[in-house]
Design a protein around this ligand. Structure first.
Ligand code: SF4
Length: 400
């Protein structure tokens, strides 16, 4: 296998979902069928890049920290100032560029294509308006960043990086998806990885992370991740990297299979050879009917045991002779504890680690331990409840 490629967020996610699909995409480099929503996302991102690019002043990179951030007043033609880096497209120019870049690749019908096309137009016009109104201070747009994150080579394309008023950086990731919530921003591994990439490449600190919902022009802001949160992602990416280095490419079927283009190559979806089809079909049919019978018998067995138990309770007997064997009623006791009420007490005495899993054995050991405060033991013991379970066994008639 050639050198292990750096992990992007999407390649990491692909490996997590299915290592075999990762191999098809990143080692075998098999193409995927085009899909309309990917084409749409690509075109809209490209137009947003062209639109924002004239604003960018790459002022905060480690190399070139002395550059000054330019503001909209300085480059927008309507402000009357010459812009050394170009000008903001007019809406007419923007829509003309959109028409030039539009691609019909992957749409399932003309109706779907025209719906997406109108949506893209709407997003771009609203975004143009936002740029004029809000005057963001971008230091980068669609920037490719690379880093070695404690031994893991990582990379990513970042939609926009803004300078904040306090001199830090805000990372912005555009989303064309239908729904987006604050939780998505808070839990986004993608934003976490981008924070790592920006911190490795920029001198200024990261002050915020934003998922930008383009359909509603809603920025979902979230604070930069703490070190502990980043460590969790690092562990998961490290495991993925270890798996890739070890060439561990097992298929992992799941919901992702429905959008996987490689089912015809995947052992999970390998077809039964025609010569064996008839024999295996008969086996599956037999298995299915036995499974149904098993379920029916399980229900019947449970109901019979319950009826036998009620009769035995009424009569106060434990051994009931049948024609060929004797049914013997056995008793099993189990203790269960609910520790929620005494947790603070356990914490106070430093005893919580001793009942970390709350198993009855763990709790009973604590209750019997004479070195533990008697009051604590009494209160823990009081949370216990004895559960009695009856069941039946069959013995031969002669008692053996
Ligand atoms: S079909 Fe499913 S299991 Fe097979 S490679 Fe694709 S995602 Fe993986």
């Amino acid at each position: 296998m050639p050198a292990v490629p750096a992990l992007s967020y999407s390649s990491f996610r692909t490996y997590q979902e299915c290592p075999l699909r990762w191999r098809f995409l990143y080692v075998d480099k098999l193409p995927e069928a085009p899909r309309g929503y990917f084409t749409f996302g690509r075109v809209v991102h490209s137009l947003l890049e062209q639109l924002v690019a004239p604003l960018v002043v790459p002022s905060a990179r480690r190399a070139g920290e002395n550059d000054r951030q330019r503001t909209l007043d300085e480059w927008h033609p309507s402000a009357g100032a010459a812009s050394p880096a170009g000008h903001l497209m007019t809406t007419d120019e923007l829509l003309a560029a959109y028409d030039r870049e539009w691609s019909n690749e992957g749409y399932t019908s003309a109706e779907e294509e025209s719906r997406y096309r109108a949506l893209g137009r709407d997003i771009l016009l609203k975004y143009h308006d936002f740029l004029v109104r809000e005057r963001p201070l971008p230091v980068a747009v669609e920037e490719h960043l690379e880093a070695r994150w404690d031994g893991i080579p990582v990379h990513g394309y970042i939609d926009r990086i803004d300078r904040t008023p306090a001199g830090g950086l805000e990372i912005v990731d555009y989303k064309t998806s239908r729904e987006l919530t604050n939780d998505d921003a808070r839990d986004s591994d993608q934003l976490s990885l981008y924070q790592v990439l920006v911190e490795s490449n920029y001198a200024a600190p990261v002050h915020g992370l934003t998922l930008y919902h383009l359909r509603s022009l809603t920025p979902l802001h979230t604070a930069p991740r703490e070190r502990a949160a980043l460590a969790g992602l690092h562990d998961r990416m490290g495991s993925a990297m270890d798996g890739i280095r070890a060439e561990a490419f097992e298929p992992t079927p799941g919901r992702q299979c429905s959008r996987c283009d490689f089912q015809d190559r995947c052992p999970e979806f390998r077809a039964v050879p025609p010569a064996d089809g008839e024999r295996l079909r008969a086996l599956v049919d037999r298995f299915e009917s036995l499974r149904g019978e098993e379920n029916r018998l399980e229900g019947e067995l449970r109901r019979t045991a319950e009826e036998l138990h009620r009769a035995a309770e009424q009569l106060g007997v434990h051994r009931v002779p049948g024609t060929r064997s004797v049914a013997v009623r056995r008793r099993e006791e189990a203790w269960q504890y609910s520790l929620d009420n005494v947790r603070p007490l356990l914490d106070q005495h430093g005893l919580s680690p001793r009942v970390a899993s709350g198993t009855p054995e763990e709790v009973r050991r604590l209750v019997r331990d004479a070195s533990v405060d008697p009051e604590v033991r009494r209160r823990v013991a009081e949370t216990g409840a004895r559960r009695v379970k009856w069941y039946w066994e069959l013995e031969a008639e002669n008692g053996r």
